[in-house]
Ligand binder design. Structure first.
Ligand code: NAD
Ligand code: WQD
Length: 347
């Protein structure tokens, strides 16, 4: 019998692409999303792509009563938990909003999963959990504590701690134990190849790719490049951009890995390409995709930006048999296809 997967945050950018891949792989999918940062248009777009109605509940996954009803009705075999707030800068201004939503939703979800004998979870984590304390003689002022740059990043690290502690605790022991795979994403960009599903951020985008496509489509005037004087080959920061469809497929590999586990199990795995690209690399690739110049100016560095980081993807290949297939030009071509077909996103 086909397994049923509950997908929280399934109307969002990464969740919606994952729902498409799950349905196309014959999973039965139930989506729960409160549409805080997404729209019903994403659910309609998924239905159009897969040719069937998507089971969707507009609900908050911190609402245990509703979650309980949904789990009673659908008895999911596993959960993929995307729901959460993700805007780094907003989290600095509104930390309580981020701690409340991201931590509450995960704790409530775990409690309801336990009530329903549902013991398998794939979690959306982030490269932001990596830290770099190098010294051994600890000093209060200079040694970094185990703390990411933003409240958002802290919620991701704390959610990993909550999950790992719950795996090792005893509250799931009467069941088979809890099994969790935490997937640490690098920088997802791109869109579904149909051009009907893509990233549709509320307000002015914080991230590079949607900012560039909104400039290219005429919604924004020009890209601001945050610094070209880093110690990198072209002076701009290097990141590991991963196509959202590759990333979505990584979740199916994550699920299959989870299904092989029993007892108490926690594992954290990077999902990235392992190939760094600079801001100028991304911009030039978009220029090829769009077929004309994209206006930009170089401005000062953005607070908190690291010059360079990218994934070691070897664990994903070893344990998930997962390797990315789509390159930067495909990412930018698909992002542009989506944005040019839908200049105003889902509206
Ligand atoms: P997104 O905002 O597009 O999707 C998240 C979805 O969760 C939205 O549809 C939102 O409405 C929903 N949501 C938020 N709180 C909820 C709640 N309490 N109950 C129900 N639904 C709720 O973001 P995304 O880019 O698709 O990211 C998905 C997950 O991956 C997030 O947890 C994010 O932190 C994580 N992540 C994203 C990136 C990235 O760059 N996009 C990188 C690393 C990790
Ligand atoms: C990429 C590069 C910017 C916008 C963020 C989160 C991280 C993860 C992914 C969730 C950087 C430059 C950007 C612009 C620019 N999300 N840039 N002009 O900062 O690597 O990662 O999203 O977990 O936690 O921090 O991604 O897309 O914002 O920036 O020059 O208008 O593009 O300086 O070098 P980032 P990004």
């Amino acid at each position: 019998m086909n397994k049923t997967i509950l997908v929280t945050g399934g109307a969002g950018y990464i969740g919606s692409h994952t729902v498409v891949e799950l349905i196309q792989a014959d999973y039965k999918v139930v989506v729960v999303d409160n549409l805080y940062n997404s729209s019903i248009g994403a659910i309609q777009a998924i239905s159009g792509i897969v040719g069937q109605k998507v089971i969707f509940y507009e609900a908050d996954c911190a609402d245990k009563k509703i979650l309980h009803k949904i789990m009673t009705k659908h008895s999911p075999d596993a959960v993929i938990h995307f729901a959460g707030y993700k805007a780094v800068a907003e989290s600095v201004v509104k930390p309580l909003l981020y701690y409340r939503n991201n931590l509450d939703s995960t704790i409530s979800l775990l409690e309801v999963m336990r009530e329903h004998n549902c013991t398998q979870l794939v979690f959306s984590s982030s490269a932001t959990v990596y830290l770099d304390a190098k010294e051994v003689k600890y000093n209060e002022a200079t040694t970094k504590t185990n703390r990411p740059f933003s409240p958002y990043g802290t919620t991701k690290l704390v959610q990993e701690y909550i999950l790992e502690d719950t795996v090792h605790g005893e509250q799931f022991d009467n069941l088979s134990g809890l099994q969790v795979v935490s997937l640490r994403y690098f920088n997802p960009i791109g869109a579904h190849s149909s051009g009907d599903l893509g990233e549709d951020p509320n307000g002015i985008p914080n991230n590079l790719a949607p900012y560039i496509t909104q400039v290219a489509v005429g919604r924004l005037e020009q890209l601001q490049i945050f610094g070209d004087n880093y110690n990198t080959p072209d002076g701009t920061c290097l990141r590991d951009y991963i196509h959202v469809v590759d990333l979505a497929k990584g979740h199916l590999s994550g699920l299959e890995y989870l299904f092989k586990q029993s007892g108490k199990f926690f594992d954290a795995i990077n999902l990235g390409t392992g190939k760094p690209a600079s801001v100028f690399d991304v911009l030039h690739s978009f220029v090829k995709a769009v077929g004309r110049k994209i206006p930009y100016k170089v401005v000062s560095r953005r607070d908190g930006d690291l010059p360079e980081f990218y994934a070691d993807p070897s664990k994903a290949e070893a344990v998930l048999s997962f390797v990315t297939k789509l390159d930067l030009d495909k990412m930018t071509a698909d992002s542009w296809n989506w944005q040019s077909k839908h200049p105003n996103g889902f509206n």
